[in-house]
Write a protein that binds this ligand. Structure first.
Ligand code: NAD
Length: 295
């Protein structure tokens, strides 16, 4: 297939590379020349503009920071250029209302659309083992499935347009809160004289066990691949976690759902970002708790 891929950042670069490796003709575009050069080195063809990437495409994947980026790419490059019947897969994490709006605009232009946000992080994007939560019609889901299968290990139809984003923000609200709780537990354990590795060995086999601990431990050592071992560089930026927590709080307000832990998680990530930690991986919340931020 001819696949346009727009947004080749931390996540998009690995995803586009996997599509190219599977034999698709991937026409890639990013505003960053560096990101574009990385994609071409991995088998993609560089497009001069997003519209150029979309021209003649069978499918279009977007992996952009926020809803307004996706809306502007849709308005400026996809709607004017995509042929009827083209499928758009938005894999970015954005708000439910914008996702539903994108679906309606795509449908009006006779384009297929799925919102297909991902879980799994950069390592899973590179390895092609992401989890996709997909919103859209059964027909659009069926068309998207084989493309998503190249980039992921689990592809789940969550319901109509917007449902993928609903699942994603609920998941990330849980992730943000569980990372803060994990970081608090390791900080307290250390202050009580426990060795972090020893506490990990115990808690990872006890009832405190969770993904934030066993796959993404906020202290260096127990999980070698975790960003804590690289001074919290790379990974999933705290600013993006804050974005997702804000989306969750907006959705909670709109649906009259009490989410006190989610609200507290948003406040703590806001503080981390305000103290200059927005570019650090989200496990750097431990630096806010143990007072090591900026040291
Ligand atoms: P990123 O900032 O690394 O990448 C985004 C890319 O989009 C950048 O390279 C930027 O130059 C490009 N871009 C922005 N506007 C553009 C435009 N108009 N046209 C073309 N390119 C444009 O972000 P990321 O970490 O790759 O995350 C992308 C999305 O995936 C976000 O919505 C994020 O919340 C979500 N996500 C990220 C992770 C993670 O671990 N990083 C995990 C799950 C979901």
């Amino acid at each position: 297939m001819h696949i346009a891929f727009i947004g080749l950042g931390n996540m998009g670069s690995g995803m586009a590379a996997n599509l190219a490796r599977a034999g698709h003709a991937v026409h890639a575009f990013d505003l960053s020349a560096e990101a574009l050069a990385r994609a071409t080195a991995q088998g993609c063809t560089a497009a001069a503009t997003a519209a150029d990437a979309v021209k003649g495409a069978d499918a279009i994947v977007t992996m952009l920071p926020a809803g307004h980026h996706v809306q502007s790419v849709l308005s400026q490059s996809i709607l004017p250029m995509a042929a009827p019947g083209t499928l758009m897969l938005d894999c970015s994490t954005i708000d439910v209302e914008t996702a539903r709006g994108l679906a309606a605009q795509a449908e009006a232009a006779q384009l297929g659309f799925v919102d297909a946000p991902v879980s799994g992080g950069i390592a899973a994007a590179d390895a092609g083992t992401l989890t996709f939560m997909v919103g859209g019609t059964p027909e659009a889901f069926a068309a998207a499935q084989p493309i998503l299968a190249v980039m992921g290990k689990a592809i789940i139809h969550a319901g109509p347009a917007g449902s993928g984003q609903a699942a994603k923000i609920c998941n990330n609200m849980l992730l943000g809160a569980s990372m803060i709780a994990t970081a608090e537990a390791f900080t307290l354990a250390q202050n009580l004289g426990l060795d972090p590795q020893t506490f990990f060995d115990i808690s990872s086999k006890a009832s405190g066990q969770c993904w934030s601990m066993t796959s993404y431990c906020p202290v260096p050592g127990p999980v070698p691949a975790a960003p804590s071992n690289r001074d919290y560089q790379g990974g999933f930026a705290s600013a993006l976690m804050l974005k997702d927590l804000k989306l969750a709080q907006a959705a909670a307000d709109a649906s009259n759902t009490p989410t006190p832990m989610g609200a507290q998680a948003e406040a703590l990530y806001q503080t981390l970002a305000g103290m200059g930690g927005g570019a650090l991986d989200f496990s750097a919340i431990i630096k806010l708790l143990n007072g090591s931020l900026g040291k």
